[in-house]
Write a protein that binds this ligand. Structure first.
Ligand code: PXG
Length: 288
C-alpha cells in the first residue's frame, strides 16, 4: 500500500508519524472519509470543501490548494491501483513541542490513505439495524462544533461503546436539549406519512454529504423533505428510519430502544432511496 505523507508516497511499513505530532498528542486536526466506486471518487468536491471548512473553523491553514488536495487524493488511489476503495484524508496541526500551544507547530501534516472499506454485512442491510439512544450527549455547537470533522472523536467513540455495551452496533446521540442529533458516524432520517424528516444541523449533526445526496434524491422523486427537531417519541413512531453516511451508505433501522419501527422491516421509501443512491454512486464522481 502506498501512503501519501506530506507530498511523498511511502510504503505502509514506512508510513509513520512523529510522537510529537499534535494530531496524536491533542487530536488537533481534521479528517475526511471518502469513497470511490467503479473508478470514480464520489462527491470529491464536497468532501474537500468540508475538509477546508473544518480546517478553517480550527484555524488550521492547509498548505495545499483545494485543487492540489483533489489531485493528491486521486493520485493516491491511482498509486494503489484501486477502483473501489475508501480514502482517509487527514490534516494535523503538525509536529510541535509537548504542550498544546499550536504555535509550536510549524507545518501541518497531510496524510492520505486509500484502502479497503469495512462495510456492514449485506444481511444487516436486508434485515435492518437495531440501535439505541445513549447517555453521552452530542457536543454542544458552542464547544467543538459537531460540524467540524475533527480528529477528536471521543464523544462519538463513547457513544459507540455505550451502544456496543447495550448489545447493538450503532447509537443515536441526543443533544443537550434532548433532541435527536445523529449516529456516531451517520446522520439519521425518519419517514412519516410519506415525508422524510431529519434533524437540522444546529441540532448537533455533521453536514453529512450522504445526507445531502439523499435529500436531493428524495426531492427529485417528489418526496417531501423537512429538517426539523425530532424527539425519541418521533423516532419510535416513525413509519421508517435509516442512517446515512459515506461508510454505511443507507442503513435501514428497524428497532430503537426496544421499540419496533414501522413493520419491523426495511420500508419501501428506504429501499427506493437506497437503489437510487447505489445507481448514482456507479455513474457520478471524479474519474480516477
Ligand atoms: N456524522 C458523523 C459524526 C460522521 O462522522 C457522518 C455523520 C456522515 O457524513 P457523510 O458525509 O459521510 O455522509 C459522519 C461521517 C470512519 C468514517 O472511517 C467516518 C465517517 C464517514 C466515513 C468513514 O470513521 N463519518
Amino acid at each position: 500500500m502506498k501512503i501519501f505523507i506530506d507530498g511523498k508516497f511511502c510504503n505502509e511499513r514506512d508510513a509513520k508519524v512523529s510522537v510529537f505530532d499534535h494530531g496524536l498528542l491533542y487530536g488537533d486536526g481534521v479528517f475526511e472519509g471518502i469513497r470511490a466506486y467503479n473508478g470514480r471518487v464520489f462527491k470529491l468536491r464536497e468532501h474537500i470543501d468540508r475538509l477546508y471548512a473544518s480546517a478553517k473553523a480550527i484555524l488550521l491553514e492547509i498548505p495545499l490548494t483545494q485543487a492540489q488536495m483533489m489531485k493528491a487524493t486521486v493520485d493516491t488511489i491511482r498509486a494503489n491501483k484501486l477502483r473501489d476503495c475508501y480514502v482517509r484524508l487527514i490534516v494535523t496541526r503538525g509536529i510541535g513541542t509537548l504542550g498544546l500551544n499550536p504555535r509550536s507547530c510549524k507545518k501541518p501534516s497531510i496524510i492520505i490513505i486509500a484502502g479497503k472499506i469495512q462495510v456492514y454485512p449485506a444481511e444487516l442491510y436486508a434485515r435492518g439495524m437495531d440501535i439505541v439512544t445513549v447517555p453521552t450527549v452530542r457536543n454542544l455547537h458552542s464547544a467543538v462544533n459537531p460540524a467540524i470533522k475533527s480528529l477528536n472523536y471521543l464523544n462519538n467513540i463513547l457513544a459507540k461503546i455505550e451502544a456496543n455495551n447495550a448489545g447493538v452496533e450503532e447509537a443515536v446521540m441526543l443533544n443537550a436539549e434532548g433532541f435527536v442529533s445523529e449516529g456516531t458516524a451517520d446522520n439519521i432520517f425518519i419517514i412519516k406519512k410519506g415525508a422524510l424528516y431529519t434533524p437540522p444541523l444546529y441540532a448537533g449533526a455533521l453536514y453529512g454529504i450522504t445526507r445531502g445526496t439523499v435529500m436531493e434524491l428524495a426531492e427529485q422523486s417528489g418526496i417531501k423533505v423537512a429538517e426539523t427537531n425530532l424527539t425519541r417519541y418521533d423516532l419510535f413512531n416513525a413509519d421508517e428510519c435509516f442512517l446515512t453516511g459515506t461508510g454505511a451508505e443507507i442503513m435501514p433501522v428497524i428497532k430503537i430502544d426496544g421499540r419496533i419501527i414501522g413493520t419491523g422491516k426495511p420500508g419501501p421509501i428506504s429501499k427506493q432511496l437506497t437503489e437510487e443512491y447505489h445507481a448514482l454512486t456507479k455513474v457520478s464522481g471524479e474519474p480516477i
